[in-house]
Design a protein around this ligand. Structure first.
Ligand code: DX5
Ligand code: ZN
Length: 230
């Protein structure tokens, strides 16, 4: 993975057909997805349950781009190697998931993956100030994690603060939750480069009508790029 700050659209397969992940992943990539975002939930850190390492491993051969795995689990550390073995390219842990985010990020890199750190809406930017040199991606949650299709929460001030804090470091700013063509411009203007979108990508489409995914992805990208040019 080479680093760049171009706009990347990362569809969350939380909004895909759960009986057909392989075909759904191939469809979104064929329709222009830059990364594939995989939401791992444990029914403890967040009130919902999704994928364990064997499921993520089964997705891997279908992902030709980047498999971006977002852990909404606590604890994180006992599972890092399992997600590395499952083939995650980026593994993101929440700063709220435990007292040792510094150790967690070290362990993620140590297992050969890019290390991401996620911030819930109520957590300030300063929570990552002392781990920037261990971090490849900061995920700014614009919903309280646990479910797709929730209402976007404006985190522009936090995104701007993180962008300033990052300086020249090669760290992505990813936005997760409620991203659509209407909300994308403000987060990109504030400094984000990776846009996760679940419902806004999958709505109206299917593996039998994949061109809808393409239309949805292009609509988000175009809205985002307009704001870059502005
Ligand atoms: C929320 C997840 C998100 C979610 C985004 O807990 O981390 O990735 O699936 O879904 P939308 O785009 O529908 O808000
Ligand atoms: Zn996510």
């Amino acid at each position: 993975m080479t680093f760049d700050r171009s706009i990347k659209i990362a569809p969350s397969i939380l909004s895909a057909d759960f009986a057909n992940f392989g075909a759904e992943i191939r469809a979104i990539e064929a329709q222009g997805a830059d990364w594939v975002h995989v939401d791992v939930m444990d029914g403890h850190f967040v009130p919902n349950l999704t994928f364990g390492p064997p499921a993520v491993k089964a997705f891997r051969p279908h992902v030709k781009t980047v498999m971006d795995v977002h852990l909404m689990i606590a604890p994180v550390d006992p599972y890092i190697q399992a997600y590395a073995d499952a083939g995650a390219d980026i593994l993101t842990a929440h700063v709220e998931a435990g007292p040792h985010i510094h150790r967690t990020l070290q362990a993620i890199r140590g297992a050969g993956m890019k290390a991401g750190v996620a911030l819930n809406p109520g957590t300030p930017a300063e929570a990552v100030a002392h781990v920037l040199d261990l971090t490849d991606l900061i995920c700014v949650m614009t919903v309280n994690p646990g479910f797709g299709g929730q209402k976007f929460i404006d985190m522009s001030a936090k995104i701007r603060a993180l962008r300033a804090m990052i300086g020249d470091r090669p760290i992505h700013i990813e936005i997760d939750g409620g991203v659509d063509p209407r909300t994308a411009p403000s987060v990109v203007a504030a400094g984000a480069d990776v846009l996760v979108a679940g419902s806004a990508v999958f709505k109206g489409g299917s593996v039998d009508a994949p061109e809808v995914y393409g239309t949805n992805i292009r609509a988000i990208r175009q809205a985002a790029q307009t704001s870059l040019a502005a």
